[in-house]
Write a protein that binds this ligand. Structure first.
Ligand code: HEM
Length: 581
């Protein structure tokens, strides 16, 4: 009797399971059909022109790969106008792309648009839940909190740090430039480059250095000191633990997301159950960063509490101090936990160092390709004051005053802006609509059915639609910058064409490099001044020539690679020689 009850029970259970499974499969099918067929039919973006593709074709590469994106964007703008759609994960997935500033301004300033959860999740996996992952009131409060660290006054107080690190780097490079047998990089883990093509030049010793590597060390030290009042000494000790942890983590991230990474975004459990080599390296790097960060937070907390106890005025304006101070004073409910503080620290370490180091690397690269511009810049810097051109240290004169003089040099300013325009370290970003919206356009759009949307009228976007913010494409737009938009021409900044002069956002004319709106880069002034001070310290001492063909690769940031040597990772070798003083 019992076996038959048991078998009846198990039969019922089996039936119940089958029904549940059937319901799940049916529901999945309905969702799939809705996603692939029904929803796209009523998507307003379907009406807009854009490149077509086969069923599962995507246009991610055309949109985001800097080796083809400039030509593709230009071709699409010619064919479809300034605002069009492309395909994400297949023909059903319509996404908006626009080089119309009116459209971009609306999207970047409206609270309707947020970073997609996929972007936030990817960044959270690397840095924890820092500012990059925040939206709404929480994000606004944090921006307010850190604002004093990025004020003009605060940045002025950081200039001695910029000079100190620029001079340390100059002294390191002196050794290479005066030794014809200098090695490319001291880090033995990076395989040496094959012999570079020879560029005959009587002024040159045969030293070739990887400037991307060196700027990366120097800017890491700068953000440590300026952002957290902590000295990593990465420039002096390239095997500095936290720095290496970062580099290792980015050697993985720089390869770009693989299919497995995309699947893991939707099913994070896979990473936990089947960790691969990349996961293990990332976890180990995060462990090192976390340990160092926790120590830093604790000692900073103690220092601030001690200052509080002695009733002396707390003067520190570095990012970490500001976060901790506000934490100690805010009501308990609004306080950041130590884990939150750690995520912010990790985020700023990345945001503040890598992007600026890339800006400097691209700048030297462009100057090496344009010796005439390099010479003009050197002349301007030499005319400034002896401090800029000789090897004396910054001690003995006021760094902020000297920084102000450097900041005011017109050609240096033009060279830095032009580099940031032509080689934006952030190639593009993404937003998603959290509600239905109507977006105003300033340039006409011809819909697929021939209807024309006139300037001042709007296009409709549905909740959940993705928008690509094409930073590089806007920087390369011939409508904004003129016919020679893809040329390195710093002189354009002394007579900008009208569309580039009327800023659609505050900041650097219509340069998109730092984005704009509530998520715009808070570090742009910090980065510009730091770059200028480094150039003012290095250019009067060294001459640079190209050492290899370089290409851009974009994964989170746009980094330089030696053509056909992708496997060696990001690097930018240049020939370096001493200027005969
Ligand atoms: C050349 C150097 C830099 C470039 C090109 C750059 C570019 C950008 C861009 C494009 C964004 C907006 C991303 C988005 O909306 O999706 C951004 C955000 C941000 N940047 Fe920068 N950045 C640079 C330097 C810095 C520096 C030096 C710092 C800090 C010291 C910094 C801190 C941040 C932070 C915290 C955010 C997030 C802002 C938010 O979400 O509210 N950046 N940056």
């Amino acid at each position: 009797m019992f076996p038959s009850v048991a078998s009846t029970l198990s039969l019922s259970l089996l039936k119940a399971c089958s029904v549940v499974l059937l319901i799940l499969v049916a529901r999945g099918l309905v969702l799939l059909i809705n996603m692939l067929v029904v929803a796209p039919m009523s998507d307003p973006l379907k009406k807009i022109q854009g490149p077509d593709g086969s069923l599962l074709q995507n246009h991610f590469r055309e949109v985001m790969d800097p080796s083809i994106s400039p030509n593709t964007h230009e071709k699409w703008v010619k064919s479809f106008g300034k605002t069009f759609r492309f395909h994400g994960f297949g023909r059903h997935d319509f996404r908006l792309l626009s080089v119309d500033f009116c459209v971009m301004s609306h999207i970047l300033n409206s609270p309707i648009y947020e970073k997609p959860w996929q972007t936030r999740s990817l960044l959270t996996n690397l840095f924890g839940r820092g500012i990059f992952a925040m939206e709404g009131a929480e994000h606004k409060a944090l921006r307010k909190l850190i604002a004093p660290a990025f004020s003009t006054q605060s940045i002025k107080t950081m200039t001695p740090i910029f000079f100190q690190k620029a001079e340390e780097l100059r002294d390191k490079w002196e050794v290479f430039a005066s030794s014809p047998t200098a090695t490319l990089v001291e880090d033995a883990k990076i395989p040496p480059l094959p012999a570079p093509p020879y560029f005959p030049s009587p002024s040159f010793a045969e030293a070739v250095i990887d400037i991307a590597h060196w700027f990366s060390l120097a800017t890491f030290d700068v953000i440590g000191l300026a952002g957290f009042d902590y000295h990593f000494h990465a420039l002096q000790c390239e095997s500095e633990e936290v720095y290496l942890a970062y580099r290792n983590m980015f050697r993985i991230a720089d390869k770009g997301p693989k299919l497995r990474d995309l699947v893991q975004l939707y099913f994070p459990i896979i990473e936990k159950i089947f960790p691969n080599e990349a996961t293990r390296i990332t976890n180990e790097s995060q462990r090192v960063i976390s340990e160092a960060g926790q120590q830093l937070i604790q000692s900073k907390k103690l220092a601030i509490l001690a200052e509080k106890a002695s009733a002396s005025e707390i003067k520190e304006k570095d990012i970490l101090s500001l976060l901790i101070k506000s934490n100690l004073s805010a009501d308990i409910s609004g306080r950041l936990s130590d884990a939150d503080l750690l995520s912010q620290l990790s985020t700023f370490l990345f945001a503040g160092s890598d992007s600026t180091s890339l800006a400097m690397s691209w700048c030297i690269h462009l100057l090496s390709l344009h010796p005439d511009i390099q010479d003009r810049l050197r002349s301007e810097l030499n005319s400034l004051s002896p401090c800029a051109s000789n090897s004396s240290s910054t001690s003995g004169y006021s760094a902020p005053a000297h920084a102000e003089a450097i900041d005011g040099l017109p050609f240096l300013d033009a060279v830095v802006r032009e580099t940031l325009r032509l080689c934006p370290p952030v190639h593009g970003t993404m937003r998603v609509a959290t509600r239905d919206d109507n977006i105003p356009v300033s340039s006409p759009i011809v819909l697929r059915n021939g209807t024309i949307i006139q300037p001042g009228e709007t296009i409709r976007l549905r909740k959940g639609s993705y928008v690509h913010i094409p930073i590089e494409a806007l920087n390369f737009s011939t409508d904004i910058w003129g016919e020679d938009a893809r040329k390195f021409n710093p002189d354009r900044w002394s007579s900008l064409p009208h569309p580039a002069r009327v800023p659609s956002h505050p900041g650097l004319a219509n340069l998109m490099t730092f984005s704009f709106g509530p998520h715009a880069c808070p570090g742009w002034k910090f980065s510009m001044l730091q770059t200028k001070i480094f150039l003012a310290t290095l250019i009067p001492h060294f001459v640079f020539e190209p050492a290899a063909d370089i290409q851009k690769f974009n994964a989170i940031l746009t980094r330089p690679y030696v053509c056909d040597q992708f496997e060696f990772g990001a690097r930018l070798p240049v020939k370096i020689g001493r200027v005969n003083l």
